[in-house]
Design a protein around this ligand. Sequence first.
Ligand code: HEC
Ligand code: HEC
Ligand code: HEC
Ligand code: HEC
Length: 189
Amino acid sequence: MKAMVMAASVGAVVLVTSAVGQAGDPAKLIGTKKCAMCHKKDETGNQYGKWQAMSHSKAFELLGTEEAKAVAAKLGIDNPQTSGQCLKCHSTAYYFTDARQSEAVAIEDGVSCESCHGPGADYKAKAIMEKREDAIANGLVYPAKEKSCTLCHNDTSPTWNPERYTTTSGGKTGFDVAQAYEKVKHERP
Ligand code: HEC
Ligand code: HEC
Ligand code: HEC
Ligand code: HEC
């Protein structure tokens, strides 16, 4: 009996860590405009406006630069803005895979809300959103800091720089969640 339970839970772990499963069902992506309906008021933090001002919203645009084309050329990729090998991390519409997963999300939106917070179809209703535990039960990834960032900020990125961040103890690291979070946070006032 115990062995069976063990086997079942090992199976579940494999499922959640598979490429698509780790962050929810891409068929349930709804796009930033839907989140913006409720998250653009200054009184509650205007998360939509803050996202528009951060680099994540420009992750697709970035792939159009000469710098990106040079990175892609080394990998034999002609146009990074049409390559799944780049868009898997630079656009929520590709959702961590090398093929487009959602028509509800504009490719141009780059890395948007649902890459970090999970697909919103089931948690977007006001009554669910207002209760954190209900939202989580319906797919909200919270807290997102620990679970989401390293899906993309990892050494499979072609521009990964293991010395990008200096830690408080003076060491070097490619990603430091606390420092990185300070640059993209969009909290309520
Ligand atoms: C119908 C309105 C509505 C929509 C649509 C909506 N939200 Fe919310 N959301 C809320 C409300 C209300 C809260 C409660 C706290 C607040 O006012 O910020 C909330 C809270 C949150 C929180 C914080 C959770 C917590 O417990 O502190 C996150 C993260 C969030 N929403 C993300 C999203 C994302 C991402 C989308 C789009 C996929 C979205 N929301 C769509 C109304 C909405
Ligand atoms: C595993 C996820 C991942 C993949 C795949 C990926 N990128 Fe990125 N890319 C990132 C992240 C994350 C950053 C932000 C810098 C950082 O923190 O590592 C970034 C930043 C960049 C930058 C800015 C330079 C820099 O070092 O900040 C360029 C240019 C770039 N990517 C091009 C590409 C191209 C071209 C492809 C496809 C060949 C690609 N990326 C594929 C995750 C990825
Ligand atoms: C790069 C990842 C990322 C993106 C993109 C992102 N968020 Fe967040 N968001 C976070 C993190 C991390 C937090 C802090 C709480 C946590 O750890 O989940 C947060 C917090 C929030 C909160 C709660 C604020 C508070 O005071 O507690 C809301 C609401 C929210 N995000 C909505 C959005 C909306 C709407 C979008 C898109 C317009 C968005 N987020 C885009 C990562 C992200
Ligand atoms: C879906 C992939 C993805 C996820 C998830 C993601 N990022 Fe990023 N991030 C990127 C890409 C791509 C860039 C480069 C975008 C640009 O420069 O236009 C980037 C850029 C950044 C930058 C600016 C460059 C740098 O490294 O200083 C910060 C800071 C950052 N991300 C923090 C975070 C944090 C914190 C989280 C988790 C809460 C997170 N990111 C989650 C893909 C992602």
